[in-house]
Design a binder for this molecule. Structure first.
Ligand code: SAM
Length: 230
């Protein structure tokens, strides 16, 4: 007799503060047959923190294509599989969406535990309108970057971007050119010791940059056109 399919559990993990994990996330991480994670060393530390031992396999941007079939076969064989990324919600600027899509097309149940996500937390502490927003993740590093910035300058809604520490200054300089009158919020090191949110016009933020520590992780939020601080 054919075994029942297992379930794919998409499990959100903290974006900094280890207390930001849900009880259900811990339950799933403890009970699934195997966990697929972006970086097994990072996940091992997380699991140790909660006293969980589990079979860990890697699933990252480089291996995603060939790992999908492996994971699907395990699910079809009745195993429950957990999917985690290094931090936050899998599939959001992280690998996982293609696996979820494949599982659903095979009628495999997908569930999981929602939780931390840098974009949503940044929005909620930015003070900028959240009734309508666009998430653009990381801008292209080279090809297509200028075109995308031009398009974003025309976007009316709040825009959420991820940016690395290496390009945050470059990004602010680009804003000075493409959208000098849009208010910007930079949310740095969310949920961590040096968490802070800076807001201002691109030129002001650049001016103050030398006084700031340019370290860590950043979410950049662009306020809607005509939004003012009052
Ligand atoms: N899947 C993750 C999520 O749910 O937020 C995002 C993964 S993406 C590869 C990593 C980017 O998210 C970082 O470069 C940064 O832009 C943002 N990020 C993650 N953690 C953050 C934090 N604690 N503070 C600010 N930004 C963060």
């Amino acid at each position: 007799m054919r075994k029942e399919n297992g379930t794919l559990f998409v499990i959100a993990t903290p974006i900094g503060n280890m207390d930001d994990i849900s009880k259900r996330a811990v339950d799933y991480l403890s009970s699934v047959d195997e966990i697929y994670s972006e970086d097994t060393r990072v996940t091992k530390k997380l699991l140790n923190n909660y006293g969980i031992s589990a079979k860990l396999n890697s699933f990252n941007a480089r291996t995603e294509s060939r790992k999908i079939e492996e994971v699907i076969n395990k699910l079809l064989d009745g195993k429950n599989i957990g999917l985690v990324s290094d931090a936050g919600t899998p599939g959001i600027s992280d690998p996982g969406i293609r696996l979820v899509n494949k599982a659903l097309t095979k009628n495999i149940k997908v569930s999981g535990a929602p939780g931390a996500n840098a974009a949503i937390f940044a929005l909620s502490v930015s003070g900028f309108p959240t009734d309508s927003f666009v998430f653009e993740g990381f801008l292209p590093q080279k090809k297509g970057r200028q075109k995308k910035l031009m398009k974003l300058a025309d976007e009316e809604r709040t825009i959420v971007l991820y940016e690395s520490v290496y390009r945050i200054e470059k990004l602010l300089n680009e804003f000075v050119n493409y959208m000098p009158h849009r208010l910007i919020a930079i949310a740095r090191e969310l949920t961590k010791m040096y968490e802070e949110v800076w807001r201002g016009f691109p030129a002001n933020l650049l001016e103050n940059l030398s006084e700031r520590t340019l370290k860590g992780e950043f979410v950049v939020i662009i306020a809607p056109k005509n939004f003012t601080l009052d």
